[in-house]
Design a binder for this molecule. Structure first.
Ligand SMILES: Cc1cc2nc3c(=O)[nH]c(=O)nc-3n(C[C@H](O)[C@H](O)[C@H](O)COP(=O)(O)O)c2cc1C
Length: 199
């Protein structure tokens, strides 16, 4: 079973993005994917003083967050757009990690109460993920989130079902391809080393 956790990138009081995250997790689970929510409001990471790899005193929740990203076959990130950019809490969480994102397929769901669905933050997150060697291969902007999604996490506009189904299909394809390549690379490395004791 594929593992595709969903990062809830808003910690704002009264946040709307959580509705979209619940929708994403639900539809992934219905597609047979393990899709737990990684809720930054629950994890409560402090402002980053140093990356996890250089910390011997990681704050509570960080090791589990890092492990969930590292072990994932792909990740969905749900992010609002704040002032045309990435919310501080999400940027902070992303900056803690690095190697965990290596070659990780990422689906970016951006959220706005306005009509442009957070396209600015979508572009910025795509660049950010490329910088940390992740693969931002799928995206879905959500406009007018106050009315386009209900509190129950159900979309009130039909097109989001088809859009997110494409995100799931794309992420699953890349997760399979990257997983197969990693396994082949590991097998080749083991074979190249040869049996113990040989030259
Ligand atoms: C600090 C702040 C900045 C915002 N800047 C933008 C923006 O640049 N573009 C936009 O479309 N919406 C902007 N909004 C409105 C958000 O789209 C809206 O608040 C949305 O609900 C944010 O997601 P959240 O509820 O999960 O925090 C901003 C909201 C806040 C709180």
């Amino acid at each position: 079973m594929l593992k595709i956790p969903v990062i809830v990138g808003s910690v704002r009081r009264g946040r709307q993005s959580a509705k979209v995250a619940r929708f994403a997790s639900d539809r992934l689970e219905k597609a047979g994917v393990a899709a737990p929510l990684l809720d930054l409001a629950e994890i409560g990471l402090p402002v980053m003083e140093e990356r996890l790899s250089k910390r011997d005193d990681p704050p509570p929740g960080l090791v589990e967050f890092a492990r969930a990203v590292a072990e994932a076959d792909a990740v969905v990130v749900v992010s609002p757009e704040y002032n045309g950019s990435v919310p501080g809490a999400l940027k902070n969480a992303l900056d803690y990690l690095y190697a965990e994102w290596d070659r990780k397929p990422v689906g970016i769901l951006t959220v706005s109460t306005g009509g442009f669905g957070g396209v600015n933050v979508q572009n910025q997150l795509q660049l950010l993920f490329l910088k940390i060697k992740a693969l931002p291969v799928a995206a879905m902007p959500v406009s007018h989130v106050s009315r386009s999604f209900g509190e129950d996490g159900e979309p009130r506009e039909d097109h989001y079902e088809a859009s997110f189904a494409r995100v799931v299909e794309t992420l699953s394809w890349y997760a399979g391809a990257v997983g197969a390549a990693k396994r082949a690379g590991a097998a080749k490395a083991t074979g190249a080393a040869g049996p113990a004791g040989t030259a």
